[in-house]
Design a binder for this molecule. Structure first.
Ligand SMILES: [Ca+2]
Ligand SMILES: [Ca+2]
Ligand SMILES: [Ca+2]
Length: 291
């Protein structure tokens, strides 16, 4: 009898292991849970001065979202987001996940490398809390600086992407989410990035005095350029209506934006800094009011 009971216990244990292994390793089941989750990096479109790419940057936000299946409780995750190091350099990475009840995560390790950023998070070592992702939730914010190199002096838009990769770090950090002690690979959505070069400097249109705001001095400044021959090194800023030349119409456009009710402001870029996006013979060699 004893011998029989022992075998039965062993058999049950073996079966249990087999069932567990089946659930863990059969590719269909293994992939199914992971593919319910989407790990996403947001994209960015950046305008930059071709002569000076390193003064410009962009940011991305990595988010996690369970889009199908029974809502799972996540215990932790690890990820790596790669970038083309000839174009972009990650400079700041900040954890954005706020656990429920204002608690802090037990383990959060971020590494910034030239080729990308990795993060590993364990919410609670004793398993005190987990997080579900039925609403898309931000995990990590990363800021990048543009690099000198192929972007310097470029004349056409460069397209690149922020891709999730499992090759960053030593040993490499894999991409997985942890549910009930098992790791699953989520679906991945890269962030698309376009980097568009511009000749000259960014500006605020209409701001002839280059002090960052519009006032009477700007209208007067345009008139002085036209009729007194005052120097101007950012003609695009004087071309308030973006017509491609500077005339008395531009001075009136600026003065009316200030003093005539219902009159339109200068054309874009205004009131924030930006580049002249309509081709014309004017240029902007220098404009200290914008970075
Ligand atoms: Ca001004
Ligand atoms: Ca004009
Ligand atoms: Ca223009």
């Amino acid at each position: 009898m004893m011998h029989y009971n022992f075998s039965s216990t062993r058999l049950t244990g073996t079966l249990l292991l087999l069932i567990l292994s089946f659930g863990m390793w059969v590719p269909g089941l293994y992939g199914q849970v992971g593919s319910d989750f989407v790990l996403r990096a947001s994209g960015a479109d950046v305008d930059y001065a071709a002569a000076n790419p390193t003064s410009y940057g962009l940011s991305t936000v990595i988010s996690l979202h369970q889009i199908s299946g029974v809502i799972e409780q996540v215990q932790g995750y690890s990820l790596g987001l790669g970038n083309d190091s000839t174009l972009l350099m990650p400079i700041i990475a900040t954890n954005l996940l706020v656990p429920p009840g204002g608690s802090s995560v037990d383990f959060d390790q971020i590494a910034i490398l030239p080729e990308g950023v990795t993060e590993g998070v364990v919410l609670s070592f004793p398993g005190l809390f987990t997080i579900s992702f039925e609403t898309e939730t931000d995990l990590l914010g990363i800021e990048y600086q543009l690099m000198d190199g192929p972007l310097t002096g470029a004349t056409t838009t460069t397209s690149t992407s922020l891709d999730f990769v499992d090759t960053l770090g030593s040993p490499p950090v894999d991409i997985s989410i942890v549910i009930e002690g098992a790791s699953y690979p989520p679906s991945l959505a890269s962030g698309a990035v376009t980097l568009t070069p511009h000749d000259g400097a960014p500006l605020i249109r209409g701001d002839a005095s280059q002090d960052g705001s519009l006032d009477l001095a700007d209208g007067v400044g345009i008139l002085q350029y036209l009729f007194i021959g005052a120097a101007a090194d950012c003609l695009d800023a004087l071309d308030a209506n973006d017509s491609g030349n500077v005339s008395i119409t531009d001075a009136i456009r600026v003065l009316c934006a200030l003093y005539c009710s219902g009159s339109p402001p200068p054309e874009s870029p205004f009131p924030g800094c930006g580049f002249d996006s309509t081709a014309d013979p004017l240029g902007c060699l220098s404009y200290p009011g914008c970075p």
